[in-house]
Design a protein around this ligand. Structure first.
Ligand SMILES: C[C@H](O)[C@H](O)[C@H]1CNC2=NC(N)=NC(=O)C2=N1
Length: 98
């Protein structure tokens, strides 16, 4: 069972993820990403989806044309865990090379 991060672990991890913001009212982080067009956005989502399956850890997300809104939280733990941090790092790398 994945554990929630402690307050210190959470703060340390978030300081290394400047593009992510805490979600108000819940233990989760979010990032909004704008791509060149729908093709770039959906290509990114496909790459993240394959990794999410591999990690058995899935984002809450939505897409409108070239924008993807992502929320990460660990449902089994009821909050942010190191799995969210790992997925956030993968997402940042995938978005940077899109
Ligand atoms: C059964 C399956 O392993 C679990 O439901 C996984 C799937 N993907 C998941 N994704 C996220 N974000 N949080 C979870 O707790 C989670 N649990």
């Amino acid at each position: 069972m994945t554990k929630k991060l402690t307050d210190t672990e959470r703060a340390d991890a978030l300081s290394t993820l400047p593009l992510w913001s805490p979600v108000q009212g819940r233990d989760a982080i979010s990032r909004s990403i704008r791509f060149k067009d729908f093709n770039a956005a959906f290509g990114f989502m496909s790459r993240v989806a394959l990794m999410a399956e591999k990690l058995d850890h899935h984002p809450e997300w939505s897409n409108v044309y070239n924008r993807v809104e992502i929320i990460l939280s660990t449902h089994d733990a009821g909050g942010l865990s190191e799995r969210d941090i790992a997925l956030a790092r993968f997402i940042d790398a995938a978005a940077a090379s899109a």
